[in-house]
Design a protein around this ligand. Structure first.
Ligand SMILES: [Zn+2]
Length: 52
């Protein structure tokens, strides 16, 4: 599953994780820290939507 930032379009891919923020590949979005922010625009986690 992928999740996309509603504000800027940056995408989190659960398969890839986001190692720049210490998120290992395979980490489900639900387990990403609640204070995670979009690395491009700083949007909070609740501004992300499931990508179709
Ligand atoms: Zn963003």
């Amino acid at each position: 599953m992928k999740y996309v930032c509603d504000l800027c379009g940056w995408e989190y891919d659960e398969e890839a994780g986001y190692e720049d923020a210490g998120i290992a590949p395979g980490t489900p979005w639900a387990e990403v820290a609640e204070d995670f922010e979009c690395p491009l625009c700083g949007a909070p986690k609740d501004k992300f939507s499931e990508d179709e």
